[in-house]
Design a binder for this molecule. Structure first.
Ligand SMILES: NC(=O)C1=CN([C@@H]2O[C@H](COP(=O)(O)OP(=O)(O)OC[C@H]3O[C@@H](n4cnc5c(N)ncnc54)[C@H](O)[C@@H]3O)[C@@H](O)[C@H]2O)C=CC1
Ligand SMILES: CC(=O)N[C@@H]1[C@@H](OP(=O)(O)OP(=O)(O)OC[C@H]2O[C@@H](n3ccc(=O)[nH]c3=O)[C@H](O)[C@@H]2O)O[C@H](C(=O)O)[C@@H](O)[C@@H]1O
Length: 474
């Protein structure tokens, strides 16, 4: 009689060798941290044209991720030097692993139809299924539609392996909660949601994640609850940002300073009073908040439980929040137009400096950057737009420069899209001289400059949420 899954795990003993599929922003730090706590980690990366280069780079001890990631360069060098972390495209080595985690991208090509592009994820899961062994554990870390682990992934793994999940191998979902710029710290310090398809899988997954946590705690639940937790926490964050963006648009319309209102609202303290007025901005980008709402919405739609009881004909609050956040680059375009009108210049032919292409400060991650729709609006309106970013060195079809002075020389307008550290040092006098204009427009999408300094220096200032300054006297 075949033993139970728990007995398989017991026979195999403690987890020693781990596989991580997908060497990206999540997989690389995850693999490096596992390598510090366990005997051996294989980083599985398909040898694709866009990412295959990472295999040799990582094996030479180098970090493919740019941007500031404290501790990651050293950890990669240390673990590869000790041959504890090895990157490979040979998926057969999955058969050597006691546990395999999957960190592959899960984008939506067109959120409108709620169909995610799971093609890459499916390929990775099939590879895992092909080579997994009895008594191993498979953990999906990618952010996925609720219901994916226990239904879709389970089916594929069983098809490929001929084994049964929950009997021959463990299966769980343990979502990553990292933020670019603090990847290592977040993996170690955030509480870790661990959701197995059964108790034995959950317990085994806790053995996998426990050793890498420093201050974080393990939070066990079911696989589907873990999927809802992850997609919902990003959905709620997106909603909070949309609330701040909508309030900022109202403050602009009413001629008041959003940041006065925010300080006022935050002053109300006391039991049970919680509030988090986040920050309005030029838009919401990244690989997660732009898609996880749609994973949650899809999860509700495909769940075979009873249909959701919701007000007739009312759009989901969460999808409305997505629309508000996706509107912000267009609002930035409206502010720019207003500024150029005030400095008696046409958008057509205007020279515009766009500062910041990445979606987040001090990183090279520009996926779903809100700067792109803004760039397109300006181009379609006939403006000549130049892009600066200190971290993003290339983007298809966009000339991104690292020389700020060349981007600023002779411009009619400067638009701040990303709060990169270096932009806090922008000098209004220097920009005025470089632009050569006595009425240069400056649009602050991240509240990083002081309006009065620029207004005193002859700029036409506009800022998100700054209704008190956006119609200042010239
Ligand atoms: N980037 C972030 O800050 C966070 C991302 N996540 C989630 O983690 C998942 C991964 O995201 P990222 O690491 O940012 O994506 P990424 O695009 O940076 O990395 C994915 C990696 O997997 C590789 N890959 C794709 N298909 C493969 C296959 N079949 N076999 C082997 N390798 C394959 C890609 O070449 C790439 O190197 C996504 O679901 C995302 O939503 C969750 C939290 C934070
Ligand atoms: C619930 C939560 O905090 N989720 C985090 C989020 O991190 P992410 O890398 O997407 O960065 P983020 O700080 O949410 O910023 C996303 C976007 O939103 C914008 N943003 C952010 C905060 C704010 O007050 N206003 C604002 O406009 C940022 O400029 C950026 O363009 O999504 C990550 C993910 O899931 O990838 C997740 O791991 C992180 O913990």
């Amino acid at each position: 009689m075949d033993c139970s899954l728990s007995e398989y795990f017991k026979k195999r003993g403690s987890i020693k060798t781990i596989g991580v599929i997908g060497m990206g922003y999540v997989g690389i730090p995850a693999a490096a941290l596992f390598a510090r706590s366990f005997d051996k980690v294989y980083g599985f990366q398909r040898d694709s044209s866009s990412s295959g280069y990472k295999i040799d780079l990582l094996n030479s001890g180098k970090n493919p991720l740019k941007g500031e990631e404290p501790g990651l360069d050293d950890l990669i060098r240390e673990t590869t030097d000790k041959s504890k972390f090895e990157c490979t495209a040979d998926f057969s080595k999955i058969s050597l692993c006691d546990a395999v985690t999957i960190d592959i991208q899960t984008p939506f090509l067109n959120p409108g139809d709620l169909i995610p592009d799971f093609s890459a994820l499916e390929e990775g899961i099939r590879q895992a299924g092909r080579y997994l062994t009895k008594g191993s554990l498979i953990v999906l870390e990618s952010t996925i539609t609720p219901g994916t682990t226990a239904i879709w992934a389970k089916k594929i793994l069983e098809e490929e392996s001929g084994f049964i999940a929950g009997e021959d191998f463990g299966l769980a979902h343990a979502p990553e909660r990292v933020m670019v710029g603090r990847l290592l710290r977040n993996i170690q310090e955030h509480d870790r949601i661990v959701g197995g398809i059964d108790d034995a899988s959950t317990k085994r997954a806790m053995e996998l994640y426990g050793p890498v946590l420093t201050s974080g705690n393990l939070i066990p639940m079911t696989a589907t609850a873990a999927e809802v937790t992850k997609t919902a926490e990003n959905t709620v964050r997106d909603l909070q940002i949309a609330a701040a963006n909508q309030l900022a648009l109202y403050c602009e319309a009413m001629g008041i300073n959003f940041y006065d209102v925010r300080r006022g609202i935050d002053s109300l303290k006391g039991d049970g009073i919680t509030r988090a007025i986040l920050l309005p901005g030029a838009g919401v980008g990244g690989h997660c908040l732009t898609k996880d709402t749609y994973h949650l919405e899809r999860g509700v739609k495909i769940a075979d439980e009873q249909s959701v009881d919701f007000p007739e004909g009312v759009e989901s609050l969460y999808v409305t929040a997505r629309h508000i956040n996706d509107f912000m680059p267009r609002h930035m375009f409206h502010l720019l137009k207003k500024g150029l009108n005030r400095s008696v210049k046409d958008m057509k032919g205007a020279k515009v400096a766009l500062l910041g292409w990445s979606f987040l400060a001090n990183t090279d991650d520009a996926r779903n950057t809100p700067a792109e729709p803004f760039y397109q609006l300006c181009k379609d309106a006939g403006a000549e737009i130049r892009v600066h970013d200190p971290w993003v060195t290339g983007w298809p079809g966009i000339d991104i420069r690292q020389d700020l002075e060349s981007v600023l020389s002779g411009v009619d307008a400067v638009v701040v899209f990303t709060a990169h550290r270096m932009y806090y040092q922008l000098d209004s006098e220097k920009i005025r001289k470089l632009s050569g204009s006595n009425s240069c427009v400056i649009v602050d999408g991240r509240n990083i400059i002081d309006p009065d300094t620029y207004i005193r220096n002859g700029f036409v200032y506009l800022g998100i949420g700054r209704g008190d300054k956006n119609s200042h006297p010239l």
